[in-house]
Ligand binder design. Structure first.
Ligand SMILES: [Zn+2]
Length: 172
């Protein structure tokens, strides 16, 4: 199954779900600043919904495993993305910004996308993955740092021995 486009109106009207997979190498915009990838697959599911007010939504679930470059040790590592997002489908550009009351908590504002009979699914999936990337990618614990610490010889010799310190105290 290789779905590239969906009709958001049809999807939300019938509450249909579509799923697909694509090799991560296909997401050129995502990979622009990333190191070499490990040939993983990106999988996604998009489900249409319509509420009782006739508002249309897409439930987007994306799973991916892009390789990022750690900004501390400069080694590549896998970043697991498992993202669920709910987008409101609107009919016009004007609707994209409409309805945001000034006192609304920005966290409560639902993301909107423009409805289309030919929504580019991979572009939507790519946006979702990009949103999940850390601003400064880093290992939790860099694998090479402990080695570096061990390799540092003679660090003990700089420190005065506890006995030398005691001798000094006795003299005073
Ligand atoms: Zn690292």
């Amino acid at each position: 199954m290789d779905i590239q486009y969906v009709d958001t109106y049809e999807l939300t009207r019938v509450g249909q779900e579509v799923r697909g997979q694509a090799p991560i190498d296909r997401f050129e915009r995502l990979l622009e600043d990333l190191p070499e990838q490990a040939g993983t697959m990106v999988s996604w599911a998009i489900k249409g919904e319509m509420d009782s007010f006739g508002q249309r939504f897409l439930q987007v679930h994306v799973r991916a495993a892009p390789m990022l470059e750690c900004q501390r040790c400069m080694k590549p590592f896998e970043w697991a993305v498992d993202s669920r997002n709910r987008l409101q489908v609107v009919k016009s550009e004007a609707d994209l910004d409409a309805g945001d009351a000034a006192d609304t908590d920005p966290d409560d504002v639902i993301e909107r996308i423009l409805g289309s009979q030919r929504l580019d699914v991979l572009a939507l999936v790519e946006d979702e993955i990009i949103l999940c990337l850390p601003y400064v990618p880093k290992h939790d614990v860099c694998p090479s740092l402990p080695e570096l610490l061990e390799e540092e010889p003679g660090s003990d010799s700089v420190r005065p021995s506890p006995f030398a310190v005691l001798d000094q105290l006795k003299k005073d």
